[in-house]
Design a binder for this molecule. Structure first.
Ligand code: CP
Length: 311
């Protein structure tokens, strides 16, 4: 594996989940692997879990870690070729990526969708710019369209918690006051397509995800019907894809409640807005897996870094 940009960079999801669970049992077993190697984490957006779990994973592997809040502290980058740079941008990705590559062995990047121009977001200019000009592997810590570290952590959590041969898993849209990107939902859908599960997506009309990602996964617009007899319900807000980046309507009755959850286990990537996305009773109840999902972010990142260091 040269880079980790999408869940499709995983050659065998069951093998990676098994390896991550082994690392969880003995996190520092491969401390020598990263000795003398450095990872540079570049954040163009805020983070709690991704920032700390990726650092923890690197430290468990014996790596040195450098972190930069590029969005607020770095020079404003230019991504277009042949631009007359007499406006807002100060440094071209061609120099920046090559310079960063000299300081580290792996670069991990978070650069969210701007949600104003679908084509520009889907071009992933930041991640692909670094991929094109850097001379070291790139890890996606959430780009415009994918959050593959989160999806791998979710696969680990499902692997730990599932007791059925073919569980029913629901991805449910939830209300949110702000327009949010599609990355978490997209990667969860792609990850679930690699699982043996009865998987259904439920969202209000107007919020269907990118059909090229959804493929044959059924979409049910009746949330209660979709959640019936579920074993796991993964809740996440995303803005409209067809009416790109828009919040179409409030739909507050789509908030996840204990009643809708039934006997299912509750999943969410965090951060989560209490009593908007999900009611307190669910988050504070015994069926919530959110803290364990966040814990598994370390072992998801660790298996990715281990494979990059080994290759
Ligand atoms: N789930 C997740 O990526 O959390 P952060 O945005 O806090 O990193």
């Amino acid at each position: 594996m040269k880079h980790y940009l999408s869940i499709h960079d995983i050659d065998s999801l069951p093998d990676w989940v098994a390896e991550a669970r082994k690392l969880k049992e003995n996190p520092t077993a491969h401390k020598a692997l990263g000795s003398g190697r450095t990872i540079c984490l570049l954040f163009f957006n805020n983070s709690l879990r991704t920032r700390l779990s990726t650092q923890k994973a690197a430290l468990n592997l014996g790596m040195e870690v450098m972190v930069m809040n590029f969005g607020s502290e770095g020079w404003s980058l230019e991504y277009e070729d042949g631009t007359l740079m007499n406006q807002g941008t100060s440094e071209h990705i061609k120099e920046a990526a090559r310079v960063v590559s000299q300081y580290c062995d792996i670069v991990a990047i978070r650069a969210f969708a701007l949600l104003t121009d679908k084509e520009k977001d889907e071009a992933e200019v930041v991640l692909n710019g670094f991929k094109k000009y850097a001379s070291v592997p790139i890890v996606n810590m959430e780009g415009s369209v994918a959050h593959p570290l989160q999806a791998l952590a979710d696969a680990i959590t499902l692997g730990e918690q599932n007791t059925k041969t073919r569980p029913k898993v629901v991805l449910s849209w939830a209300p949110h006051p702000k327009a949010l990107p599609h990355a978490v939902a997209n990667s969860f859908v792609q990850m679930m397509q690699l699982q043996d599960a009865d998987f259904v997506i439920t969202n209000p009309k107007g919020y269907d995800l990118n059909p090229d990602i959804v493929n044959n996964v059924p979409i049910e617009h009746d949330q209660r019907k979709a959640c019936e007899d579920a074993d796991f319900i993964y809740v996440k807000n995303w803005s409209s894809y067809s009416d790109y980046g828009q919040v179409l309507h409030e739909d507050s009755d789509w908030m996840m409640t204990q009643e809708k959850l039934g006997k299912a286990q509750f999943m969410h990537c965090l951060p989560v807005r209490r009593n908007v996305v999900v009611e307190d009773a669910v988050l504070d109840g015994t069926q919530s897996l959110v803290i364990e999902q966040a814990n598994n972010r370390t072992y998801a990142a660790q298996v990715v870094l281990k494979k990059l260091l080994e290759s």
